[in-house]
Design a protein around this ligand. Structure first.
Ligand code: SF4
Length: 290
């Protein structure tokens, strides 16, 4: 039984550890060619401060995330961040695209059981065009395979998604997302599907509602996640199990670099309400919050 059948929502947020990135995806603020961005990587102590701030905000699920670097450059920091999150009583989710099977296994052994990796678009040709300047992201098949590696490493909750707006053909992306989900479900894992929309694409709330409903109707046993990236998302709360809140899209945004989003951020958030405001709203909708 999914949370939605029980009318329960789980809150999640992002814990950024770095905005440095070797890749150059044109749609992203962290792209290597973005000279307007100041590059920072948090220290272990700064990451702990962010973890504490997340816990104190009332959110427990924290996606440990950042730009992409050669694995050896940030593997130890990712492992330490995951350990810190566990120590601070958070549930760490991992969202890095180039970790080896061995590192994934270490992360799972530390206590993470959620791995997230969005395919961005399921249109192979478009994927190639969008990522041709991204050396650690330009292989469509390798990206899909990374999810299988995470499953082999022991992760039992897998987050996937398409960034709606990259491809104008939303129907295609929904169909492929559904196929990908079913394929993963056959491997015995819980699948959490995200439906983020590219800021510049200006996708209407009606369109987003349609996309989310199609996934909800097409798939049984799936969980849907709705990030704080989306504007006007209240109508979707009754369709989703995971709700992003209290987010920032840059490292240290709750603590040491608070207020510096203009020079540090990956993208704009559409919903900046606090976790408490979201919790109160969900309660008024008779949705219990985990
Ligand atoms: S989408 Fe990811 S890999 Fe691409 S530039 Fe942004 S942070 Fe780097």
């Amino acid at each position: 039984m999914t949370n939605i059948e029980r009318n329960i929502a789980t809150l999640y947020t992002c814990l950024y550890i770095t905005n440095e990135c070797i890749n150059d995806c044109g749609y992203c603020g962290f792209r290597k060619s973005n000279d307007n961005l100041e590059r920072i990587t948090l220290t272990e102590n700064e990451i702990r401060e962010e973890a504490i701030a997340i816990r104190e905000s009332g959110v427990r699920n924290a996606i440990i995330i950042g730009g992409t670097l050669p694995e050896g450059d940030y593997k130890d920091l990712i492992l330490a961040s995951t350990e810190t999150a566990v120590e601070e009583n958070l549930i760490p989710w991992i969202e890095f695209e180039n970790l080896s099977y061995e590192t994934l296994k270490e992360l799972h052994d530390i206590g993470s059981d959620h791995f997230v990796l969005f395919q961005e678009t399921y249109n192979r040709e478009l994927y190639g065009k969008l990522h041709k300047k991204s050396p650690l992201k330009n292989d469509y098949d390798l990206r899909l395979q990374k999810i299988d590696e995470a499953i082999e490493a022991g992760f039992s909750n897998i987050g996937i998604g398409a960034l709606f707006g990259l491809n104008k053909n939303y129907t295609f992306e929904v169909e492929e997302l559904c196929k990908h989900t079913e394929n993963l479900q056959d491997k015995g894992v819980n699948v959490i599907v995200s439906v983020p929309a590219l800021n510049q694409a200006n996708i209407s709330s009606e369109e987003l509602y349609k996309i989310t409903s199609q996934i909800r109707i097409a798939l049984s046993g799936v969980s849907i996640a709705l990030s704080g990236r989306e504007r006007h998302r209240d109508a979707l709360f009754s369709l989703t199990e995971y709700i992003g809140t209290g987010g920032v899209t840059f490292p240290g945004g709750r603590t040491i670099h608070k207020g510096s989003e203009e020079v540090l951020k990956q993208f704009d958030l559409g919903d900046t309400r606090t976790p408490k405001e979201i919790i109160d709203l969900l309660k008024s909708l008779n949705i219990e919050v985990k």
